[in-house]
Design a protein around this ligand. Structure first.
Ligand code: NAI
Length: 286
């Protein structure tokens, strides 16, 4: 039987989540997607109208099929956690069962189990503010959406993951080196995500026999990255300074994720894997 993957954090065809879905699909996996509730409508409409058809093409010429798109807001674990103003918000009221617990239950009901869990989402409302000027609200919101969301996803999906399964998230070097401009507590959120990768690898490995790794990816002009505002500078910096002087394609990250999710990586867990043209290894720019 082919593997089944649930990828949280796809709302268009520009980000890492989409590229990971494609690489997994190319390797024969069935694709389920979790899409942020406010972005769901436009994503599904675009998908239906064929707007992504060109980027759905797999290496063998066929089109990637997405078996099902689930609405998801990874900031809420159960319906009881959702505040009234969000519940009654027009964009949320049109969908249902989008808290993490409910999505895991729906996937279980629909398919029974999954093999691969991908967390490709982040959000920091104050990302453009320096950490020194970040509010408590902004900092905690960054951690909630970008770090705890992963703990929650794994907590709720691990019980329906088959032994030998694998889980992957996306992180950024700003967790361990100073990257001015990656503010609002987002650097802190990535540091938490990387540390949690180790602890979760131990706990989920022992309890469920699944692997937990994170990919530290180089810069990509995704929707989220464009919102931060310094992405072109980061891409230029990498082109100039990395050991491999080429622009990083989302596909390269997708392929690394497919490897990490496959039996080829059966002894790799708790790892931060750099997919960044080697930039992380440089001490100074040249
Ligand atoms: P993206 O915009 O394609 O993906 C982010 C996704 O998160 C979006 O689809 C958005 O709708 C979703 N999202 C935000 N809040 C959510 C919530 N509460 N619940 C559910 N979904 C939510 O952008 P990108 O850049 O591909 O981001 C994917 C991951 O890659 C993120 O973890 C990001 O930090 C990481 N990354 C990105 C880099 C880049 O240069 N683009 C570099 C290194 C890591």
């Amino acid at each position: 039987r082919g593997k089944r993957a649930f990828i949280a954090g796809i709302a268009d065809d520009n980000g890492y989540g989409w590229a990971i879905a494609k690489s997994l699909a190319a390797a024969g996996a069935e694709i389920l997607v979790g899409t942020w509730v406010p972005a769901l409508n436009i994503f599904e409409t675009s998908l239906r109208r064929g707007k992504f058809d060109e980027s759905r093409v797999l290496p063998d010429g066929s089109l990637m099929e997405i078996t099902k798109v689930y609405p998801l807001d990874a900031v809420y674990d159960t319906p009881e956690d959702v505040p009234e103003d969000v519940k009654s918000n027009k964009r949320y009221a049109g969908s249902s069962k989008w808290t993490v617990k409910e999505v895991a239950e729906s996937v279980k009901e629909d398919f029974g189990s999954i093999d691969i869990l991908v967390h490709s989402l982040a959000n920091g409302p104050e990302v453009s503010k320096p950490l020194l000027e970040t509010s408590r609200y902004g900092y905690l919101a960054a951690i909630s959406a970008s770090s705890y969301s992963y703990v929650s996803l794994l907590q709720h999906f691990a019980p329906i993951m088959n032994p030998g399964g694998a889980s992957i998230s996306l992180t950024y070097i700003a967790s361990e080196r100073i990257i001015p401009g990656y503010g609002g507590g987002m650097s802190s959120a990535k540091a938490a995500l990387e540390s949690d990768t180790q602890v979760l690898a131990f706990e989920a490995g022992r309890k469920h026999g699944i692997r937990v790794n994170t990919i530290s990816a180089g810069p990509l002009r995704s929707r989220a990255a464009k919102a931060i505002g310094f992405i072109d500078m980061m891409i230029d910096y990498s082109l100039e300074n990395a050991p491999l002087q080429k622009e990083l394609s989302a596909e390269e990250v997708g392929n690394a994720a497919a490897f990490l999710a496959s039996p080829l990586a059966s002894a790799i867990t708790g790892a931060v894997v750099y997919v960044d043209n080697g930039l992380n290894a440089m001490g100074v720019g040249v």
